[in-house]
Ligand binder design. Structure first.
Ligand code: ZN
Length: 442
């Protein structure tokens, strides 16, 4: 099946199934303790592998990647704090957020004042456990709610962190769906956050399920989906693929896609790439509220893809951006935050973006001197009373005027406010009627 309008209606008929598949995947991945390396990432990738045949890459610790070195691998099986009476008061098995991610092993007894510098809480959110990492500074610690911290009594506490940091690998997943050309669309997510839903798992679920469906259709572009640990993973991938990145024509970092906020697009570094216009076109066509931000070097993996030495056409489409939703990087970013209908809406917008990427074209008007007579070609419909032209007629007029070899269908959609799908379908009709001729987009 090719990626024409049947593609959108085929997906439309499976909406319920898709939303359940994504949500169930999030539920399954939620309990796993992930980090930038280790078995949590491997387990996550093996579950994704049940849906798509992704390739797993293992990069040895110590590998130099630009200014960074792949760290030793971290794994953990247990961690707790026992109070002076021997009660387990903080238990990694209750929530993997209780441990500072990458904590070194520890087994000792400490007085409360010695323990306190290793305890992290949020006074402004007294019920929430914060998410804290210490990847590159060897340290250890526990995260707990302010309420848990406030009731600790003086005395001796028993600490166990059954973790290991040793030579191993950094693991990431890559799924490539070849197209008719080697020009690529890169869509990435990160797989390093432990039990956090919106910031991490929503992106993973969307990429897994969208790539599964995309694999069933033929398409022009080659699609590359990356499941990488944030920052170090994109640095590793860019280092390994530096000679191939010129193939990337459009890219998106997928994150924070399941909360109830409106969609937010963060532009590419220049803000002048085709993907910037394509995403704006899809958001504008939706007639729903949306936000568009300029690029900043603060955020997720777009920081690496858009570093000046690469400057790739990679933006990021999310709902409420990280750091803007109050549950961000706390135990409140859990299953309750994920709204199935919003996750599905994010999926459908990504799909529409792919549809536009595949079908954006430029045309030349073959009858450019004055308007061609549409009536004698059966193209002029007046629906309703007076001079109110219907959308189809308006679309035809816009297409004929701006098909000057310069403006693409996306440009015309943005200028006219008319839906891309309508313009694309009518452009095909005008080609059949010998009024337009498709020209190659350079
Ligand atoms: Zn995060």
């Amino acid at each position: 099946m090719t990626m024409n309008k049947d593609f959108l209606s085929e997906i439309d008929s499976k909406k319920e199934k898709i939303s359940t598949e994504m949500y169930d995947l999030i539920v399954k991945l939620f309990p796993i303790c992930r980090s930038i390396t280790g078995d949590g990432v491997r387990k996550t990738l093996s579950i994704i592998h049940e849906h798509i045949p992704l390739e797993i890459h293992e990069i040895p610790s110590g590998t130099k990647v630009y200014d960074w070195i792949v760290p030793d691998e971290w794994n953990i099986s247990d961690a707790y704090i026992k109070d002076p009476a021997g009660n387990k008061i903080i238990d990694f098995k209750d929530s993997n957020l209780h441990i500072v991610n990458y904590s070194i092993p520890k087994n000792c007894k400490l007085k409360l004042e010695e323990l306190k510098p290793h305890l992290f809480s949020l006074s402004e959110k007294p019920n929430s456990i914060p998410y804290i990492t210490s990847y590159y500074n060897k340290n250890w610690g526990f995260c707990l709610s302010q309420n848990q911290l406030d009731v600790l009594q003086e005395g001796e506490y028993e600490i166990l962190i059954d973790s290991s940091i040793s030579t191993g690998h950094l693991t990431y997943g890559e799924f490539v769906i070849p197209g008719e050309t080697t020009d690529e669309v890169l869509i990435t997510c990160y797989v390093c956050h432990p039990s956090l839903c919106n910031d991490n798992l929503s992106g993973i679920a969307l990429l897994t399920i969208i790539s599964k469906y995309l694999n069933k259709f033929s398409h022009k572009f080659t699609y590359r989906f990356l499941f990488i640990p944030e920052t170090i993973g994109s640095i590793v991938w860019l280092h390994k693929n530096e000679n191939h990145v010129h193939r990337i024509k459009h890219g998106l970092v997928a994150t924070c896609l399941g909360d109830s906020g409106c969609l937010t697009y963060k532009k590419t570094r220049t803000g002048k790439n085709e993907i910037d216009k394509i995403v704006e076109c899809v958001l504008k066509n939706s007639a729903e509220k949306y936000k568009i931000y300029d690029f900043t070097p603060i955020g997720s993996d777009e920081r690496q893809f858009c570093s000046p030495g690469f400057n790739l056409p990679v933006g990021s489409l999310m709902r409420t951006p990280y750091q803007e939703f109050p549950e961000y990087h706390t135990s409140d970013d859990n299953l309750d935050l994920i709204k199935k209908e919003k996750l599905l809406d994010s999926f459908l917008k990504y799909l529409e973006i792919i549809f536009v990427i595949e079908n954006n074209r430029k045309f030349k008007n073959l009858n450019p001197k004055c308007e061609p007579n549409l009536g004698k070609r059966g193209l002029y419909n007046l629906i309703g009373a007076g001079n109110k032209k219907d959308d189809e007629t308006r679309a035809i007029v816009w297409l004929l005027n701006f098909s000057d070899g310069e403006h693409s269908l996306v440009d015309i959609s943005l200028k006219s406010g008319l839906p891309f799908v309508l313009l694309s379908n009518l452009a095909n009709v005008l080609v059949e009627k010998n009024l337009l001729k498709e020209i190659m987009i350079s």
